[in-house]
Write a new protein. Sequence first.
Length: 134
Amino acid sequence: MDKKLFVNIAVSDLSRAKAFYEAIGARINPQFSDETAACMVFSETIYVMLLTHEKWAFFTKKPISDSHISSEVMLALSCEGRNKVDILAEDAAKAGGKAGVIPTQDHGFMYSRSFEDPDGHIWEVFWMDSSVPK
């Protein structure tokens, strides 16, 4: 069985966050969603849990970082090709995110772009040629 990754992020506006993640290709899993959280599915192994600040506080008493002014984590998501990287970054900008928070990187065998979601969480989307010897 493949391991699954559930990334939990705090969001200030659950409806806005759900709309943003749907716009960049995730789908909602209603089984793990309610008025305090939404499970956004990118693939059979990658899930992003959007948690309201109140729901987040249920899991930890640590303060929530303001991702617009400090960073806690940078998330990287692979894409099937260079054009898919461009499409995803552009879709994020159109959906209310901020594109280009990290300069585009093109190393030939690897290509990446970046964006922030509406809550300031940084995402790097990339394609890598798996035929390049390691």
